[in-house]
Design a protein around this ligand. Structure first.
Ligand SMILES: NC(=O)c1ccc[n+]([C@@H]2O[C@H](COP(=O)([O-])OP(=O)(O)OC[C@H]3O[C@@H](n4cnc5c(N)ncnc54)[C@H](OP(=O)(O)O)[C@@H]3O)[C@@H](O)[C@H]2O)c1
Length: 330
């Protein structure tokens, strides 16, 4: 069936936040294609999720060269869906990709060299059938490549018109400051930082959020549901169709068991708030205005719909916050 976007997509309640000191706003909730869009997944399901997301005003889709499995297949699948459904809406979308992890054999297939980053961006554009991406990220810091080289490659990507903005992901606070200074000197300020951030993973609170705010860099929090641990998915064990049960997923069974008790207690607070646990986990991140967007994953339209409703209640009483904190610190 052919797709025509919902005319009401911008009046369904999606809110947008300014990304650092830039001209861009991002939806409070963005969709990532790390899992559930690869060659091992059902294309129709991915297509349904992307259509639903866009129909709700979700304007940002996040990819990376290596998403799949196999690596590259999420970009290929996105390309197929984009061509069928989203060509008329290109200017309404912020599409990002990244390079940093292993993509091809030999010494030039990963990390942060100019050689790797620019070749990878060309490959990503080809797979997705795009002329440009909106954001091109250095996916992880490279201890063996001068930071200047990596940042100059991002600057080049932007100047060549293959990306509109530069971003960094998984960079610690100090390195973020240095990267930001280099990019500013080059005339391509860093638009955004993409760190892992959830109730269960809080390293960004020890300096990165402050640095990003000082530098005028937006923050998009990835794996906000801790890959599903902060949802009702595992409250009664490990369902067969869940990420933790799949042989190719990045969530292992042994990561699930130690968190179940915490998740059950958090779920009780969520219920008292009239939210699902996933909604509360998202709201808990968005209560901080330094967080531009929360980058969720989903395996169904139902999950997406549940998550998008999180923005209906982003405020927490002091008592709720204290209760949550005591569970997290336990
Ligand atoms: N920059 C980086 O290094 C990096 C690394 C990782 C991820 N990311 C980005 O972040 C995005 C999100 O990561 P993520 O997939 O780990 O995010 P997540 O939102 O923490 O986890 C998503 C998973 O949680 C479960 N879920 C989601 N909503 C649910 C709901 N309402 N009820 C029950 N279960 C629910 C689903 O698991 P099931 O599949 O089991 O249903 C879903 O696949 C990625 O797609 C990628 O764009 C970036």
């Amino acid at each position: 069936m052919s797709y025509s976007a919902d005319n009401e997509r911008y009046s369904k309640g999606a809110n947008y936040r300014r990304c650092g000191r830039s001209g861009i706003v991002l939806p409070e909730i963005s969709l990532g294609l790390w899992h559930n869009f690869g060659g091992v997944d059902r294309l129709e399901n991915g297509q349904a999720m992307l259509r639903y997301a866009f129909d709700q005003g979700m304007t940002h889709f996040d990819l990376a060269n290596n998403y799949g499995p196999p690596p590259g297949s999420a970009e290929e699948n996105f390309g197929v869906i984009f061509k069928k459904d989203f060509l008329p809406y290109r200017d309404e979308l912020i599409i990002s990709t990244k390079a940093g992890y292993l993509m091809w054999p030999g010494p030039y297939g990963e990390w942060g060299s100019r050689k790797y980053l620019l070749a990878s961006l060309d490959q990503s554009l080809k797979r997705m059938g795009l002329d440009y991406v909106d954001i091109f990220y250095s996916h992880r810091p490279d201890p063996n490549t001068p930071l200047e080289e990596t940042m100059m490659a991002l600057d080049h990507a932007v100047r060549s018109g293959k990306a509109l903005y530069a971003g960094i992901s998984n960079y610690p606070a100090e390195l973020t400051k240095k990267a930001s200074a280099i990019l500013k000197d080059l005339g391509t300020p860093c638009l955004i930082h993409q760190p892992k951030y959830s109730m269960l993973e809080r390293w960004v609170e020890k300096g990165l959020l402050e640095t990003a705010a000082e530098e005028g860099i937006g923050v998009i929090a990835f794996s906000p549901l801790a890959q599903g641990l902060l949802t009702d998915r595992y409250l009664d064990g490990i369902p067969e169709d869940s990420r933790a049960a799949k042989s190719w997923g990045y969530l292992r069974e042994d990561q699930v068991l130690p968190t179940i008790e915490k998740a059950r207690k958090l779920n009780m607070i969520a219920q008292e708030r009239g939210q699902s646990l996933a909604q509360m986990a998202i709201a808990w991140l968005l209560k901080d205005q330094r967080v531009t967007s929360v980058l969720i994953g989903a395996s169904s339209v139902e999950q997406l719909s549940d998550n998008l409703a999180a923005t209906k209640n982003l405020s927490f009483s002091d008592a709720e916050l204290a209760k949550i904190e005591s569970i997290l610190q336990d």
